[in-house]
Design a binder for this molecule. Structure first.
Ligand code: TYM
Length: 326
């Protein structure tokens, strides 16, 4: 069975972009693949965080992922910091990637431009992400569109390591969904919906209450030509609503566009589809929230299963690169 791996940061609120761009695909893949999913708490440290906030976000995200449909009996779900092989392989990856390659990463340029303190970890972030993926002999990485460059650099690192030291890593491919790969901010449809709290009116949280979802979608920025068609460049606001409705109803934006002639109707149906998609997730989350001990138990189980795989890959890489066996 092909192996699937993906990760998500415990920073800020889980939003509709994460759900439609990545998590829906994560849940689907666990049915037919050998799936491994990771909450990348070490990556979250690349930008300053309050310890209490990080702890709360990490536990809440684990509960949300289970509420979304990840089943710890069908897939492995674990916390990155509980599996030390990630940090260990990351060093080998840092020594395999070049400064120039890291310097070309658009995520670094973007985040370093918006933050006052720029950590070394923010710069070497892709090396840790490569370690995450390569540790599990991953074939497929389900992600949103914004992760393309990170998967590309992972492939380059794996290929370089393999050609220098002999076949060691599986070279992975990304899987990007046909609709929902890039959900945009409802108020600024030229930028992606994101966990940073700069645009609360443009972001829909997975735990958002239903009135607020309707209000935000009704107020979503569109345009003045009155025509409903999918064209992300010329009609970013309308196209974003079509993408959301399509992804929430397992359709395509072009297909859903044919059913509408008024923006108001499109907005009402999009809001309803989002509410229906989120309703069962919210109910399940409230149940899980009351039993943190159970979530911690599941995470512990997940990390011990993850270590069974990652320890073998790490040892293989350490031997190939020339480190003495301990
Ligand atoms: P993160 O935590 O920012 O996002 C998690 C997933 O959500 C997707 N996503 C979106 N999809 C569509 N529209 C949006 N507006 C949107 N915003 C976010 C992301 O593409 C991602 O799939 N670097 C990664 C975490 C990571 C990782 C990994 C991913 C660390 N190691 C190994 C895959 C494999 C990140 O920051 O994702």
């Amino acid at each position: 069975m092909a192996r699937v791996f993906s990760g998500i940061q415990p920073s800020g609120e889980l939003h509709l972009g994460n759900l439609l761009g990545a998590l829906v695909n994560w849940v689907n893949h666990q049915k037919s693949h050998d799936a491994v999913y990771c909450i990348v708490d070490l990556h979250a440290l690349t930008l300053p965080k309050r310890p209490e906030e990080l702890r709360e976000n990490s536990l809440k995200l684990a509960q949300l992922l289970i509420a979304v449909g990840l089943d710890p009996d069908k897939s492995i779900l674990f916390m990155q910091s509980h599996v030390p092989e990630h940090s260990q392989l990351a060093w080998l990856m840092e020594c395999t990637v070049s400064f120039g390659e890291l310097n070309r990463m658009t995520a670094f340029k973007d985040k370093s431009g918006r933050n006052e303190f720029i950590s070394g970890g923010l710069f070497t972030y892709p090396a840790l992400q490569a370690a995450d993926i390569l540790l599990y002999d991953t074939d497929l990485v389900p992600v949103g569109d914004d992760q393309r460059q990170h998967i590309e650099i992972t492939r380059d690192i794996a290929e370089r390591f393999n050609s220098r030291f002999g076949n060691t890593f599986v070279v992975p491919k990304h899987v990007i969904p046909p609709a929902g790969a890039r959900i945009m901010d409802l108020q600024h449809p030229d930028r992606k919906m994101s966990k940073s709290e700069t645009s609360p009116a443009g972001t829909i949280s997975v735990l958002e209450d239903h009135d607020s979802i309707t209000k935000k979608i009704k107020r979503a920025v569109t345009d003045s030509d009155g025509e409903i068609r999918f064209d992300s460049n010329l009609k970013p606001g309308v196209s974003n609503l079509l993408s959301i409705l399509a992804a929430a109803t397992s359709s395509t934006p072009e297909e859903v566009a044919t059913g509408y002639s008024r923006y108001g109707d499109l907005k009402i149906d999009t809001a309803e589809a989002v509410i229906e998609l989120l309703r069962p997730i919210q109910v399940k989350f409230r149940e899980l929230e009351s039993d943190p001990a159970e979530t911690n138990r599941l995470l512990k189980l997940g990390s011990s299963k993850a270590r069974e795989i990652s320890s073998v890959t790490l040892e293989r890489a350490m031997t190939k690169i020339g480190l003495l066996n301990a």
